[in-house]
Design a protein. Structure first.
Length: 104
């Protein structure tokens, strides 16, 4: 698939992956001094960003869309309370279980 991609498209994707990597590395550094809830929030944000890049590689799938949608629906609970955000993350983990069995 990547062999048939034109140079411009490859450059765009490389840039998006680079930006995601920069986001993850700087997040790791900043988390040393930040609120403990920022780590999980940044990780699920990275997942959502990764799904966006995978879609551009024509690796779109219903189960990736489901997870990304659930992340977008629940990530703001971090602003409500630690308990709500924790419950959101626990539910997100449980949402993965049936999706692991659906290999499409």
């Amino acid at each position: 698939m990547c062999g048939s991609m034109d140079t411009h498209k490859k450059d765009e994707l490389e840039q998006e992956f680079f930006e995601l990597i920069c986001y993850m590395v700087t997040s790791a550094r900043n988390l040393i001094q930040e609120n403990k809830l920022y780590g999980p929030l940044r990780l699920i944000d990275a997942v959502s960003r990764l799904v966006d890049v995978l879609e551009k590689l024509d690796l779109k799938s219903p189960r990736l869309e489901v997870i990304q949608g659930r992340i977008k629906d629940g990530e703001d609970t971090v602003m409500e309370s630690e308990e709500k955000f924790t419950a959101f993350l626990e539910n997100l983990v449980m949402d993965l279980v049936p999706l692991m069995q659906d290999r499409k």
